[in-house]
Design a protein around this ligand. Structure first.
Ligand code: PA5
Length: 443
């Protein structure tokens, strides 16, 4: 089976020639570099630029961290966190923590919040375990990861001494700029570079995502191979009818114009829940500006049918739904027959859970369409590295096209500065004296 299929038949959108041409023109802009935000297009040809030497260097660093630590703490936020978390969760057995022996180190995350309880409980949990850290910040100055790194660095240096700490700390940051780069050079940490022309939310296929994933036992070569296949399949010159990213972007664009302002991404596999979170950042930060953009929301079914299902079926008709459907599970579990049949479920005896899950998927799709919720279906053959790599690049490419279709710069995020300014003013950061006075007068 193909690594990814897209079915837009139940979206109600018919692709006009004009729409096809607009989507292809937006795709061409990404390749020509003549559109808005063109200094952040390094992700477009990124997969095909990754060579064996880069993969080997990342795997070698991962092997070193794996040999030293039971727990590797990845520090980062936003685009410096969500991609690794998403793919790691997709590729991991969530119950491995209960296994007596772990095949892979446990990868934990920090710096994606400033919660004192989270930080304290994390430190307490790793007390009896050997640790190492990967600190990730493109700017090297983001407050949340910088605070977490101060604390984790101190813990590592206290435990292992300054010299040994150097081999337990890896920094992923800008080639030349930023406080983290300065510190890494000063301390002699191994570093990996986030290319200048790749923005945070498009960086999952750089060392930002690849190193934590390699530490967690993910086959990053296969992940990149999947992304490379999708890069080729969505390249400039690929006809609209073959270009799934252009089709997805075009469908969303038409639905948006028709008043469908909210897209819900969902799946029937809990392991994909954090793919939703990564996708929400990708689309939310890329499209949500100038008072425009589809609001990205997410669900995991069937769980959320018992919470959000009511709204989706009968609430405001401003929604459409995109479902990631997995063709083949990795395991087999069947419903057994039961002599008493008190729950009345003997009609399911002998059936695999996957078959029941698929019928739920089909039944929900039809119910939601009947309820006025257009439906897009993305099918992947299995939750495995190649398909996930293809899915990541598919979403990235469609996101770039979508941004150009609604005529925004999909590669900046001016809106995220507002909270930072207020927070620094409230915390009396030097240089924010005027803002401090002004904001405190408002309290
Ligand atoms: O997409 C983005 O650019 C942001 O989400 C950043 O990734 C996030 O703010 C973290 O930034 P940095 O890597 O500079 O610490």
């Amino acid at each position: 089976m193909a690594l990814l299929k897209l079915n837009t038949a139940k979206s109600g959108i018919v692709f006009s020639e004009e729409l096809k041409q607009s989507a292809l023109a937006a795709n061409a802009l990404l390749h020509s570099g003549k559109g808005a935000g063109n200094d952040f297009l390094g992700w477009v040809n990124l997969p095909s630029s990754i060579d064996k030497a880069q993969i080997d260097a990342i795997n070698a660093c991962a092997a070193s961290l794996r040999s030293k630590a039971d727990v590797v703490i990845c520090i980062g936020i936003g685009g410096s966190y969500l991609g690794a978390k998403a793919v790691l969760d997709a590729m991991s057995n969530p119950f491995e923590l209960l296994h007596a022996k772990h095949e892979n180190p446990v990868v934990l995350f920090a710096g994606q919040n400033i919660s004192e309880d989270y930080t304290a409980e994390l430190l307490a949990a790793v007390k009896e375990h050997s640790i190492a850290t990967i600190v990730i910040s493109k700017s090297g100055t983001t407050t949340e990861p910088a605070i977490a790194f101060r604390i984790i660095k101190e813990e590592i240096e206290k435990r292992y001494g300054k010299e040994e700490a150097k081999s337990r700390i890896v920094a992923i940051t800008d080639q030349a700029r930023g406080a983290l780069k300065t510190l890494a050079t000063q301390e002699g940490y191994q570093t990996f570079v986030i290319p200048d022309n790749v923005g945070g939310r498009f960086s999952v296929l750089t060392p930002v995502g690849l190193l934590p994933l390699a530490v967690g036992g993910v086959d990053i070569e296969a992940l990149v191979a999947g992304a490379q296949a999708m890069e080729a399949a969505t390249a400039e010159g690929v006809a609209f009818d073959d270009n799934l990213a252009a089709q997805y972007a075009a469908t969303r664009f038409e639905l948006y114009k028709a008043g469908k302002k909210i897209e819900i991404l969902g799946s029937y596999e809990p392991k994909l829940q954090n793919i939703n979170e990564w996708w929400k950042q990708l689309y939310g930060e890329s499209e949500g500006k100038e008072n425009k953009g589809i609001f990205p929301a997410s669900v995991t079914f069937t769980a959320d049918l018992h919470s959000m299902g009511q709204y989706i079926q009968e609430g405001e008709r401003t929604l459409f739904e995109t479902i990631i459907s997995v063709e083949k599970p990795a395991h087999e579990v069947k419903v057994e027959a039961d002599e008493a049949n008190l729950d009345g479920l003997n009609f399911l005896a002998g059936k695999r859970l996957h078959e029941i899950n698929k019928m739920a998927e089909l039944g929900v799709q039809l119910a939601h369409i009947d309820g006025g919720v257009p439906n897009l279906l993305i099918q992947i053959p299995a939750i495995e590295e190649k398909a996930i790599g293809a899915l990541l690049y598919f979403f990235e490419k469609a996101c770039g096209i979508s941004g150009y279709l609604i005529e925004v710069n999909p590669f900046n995020q001016p809106g995220v500065e507002a909270y930072k300014k207020n927070m620094f003013a409230l915390l009396d950061k030097p240089g924010y004296e005027e803002e401090s006075k002004a904001i405190k007068a408002r309290l």
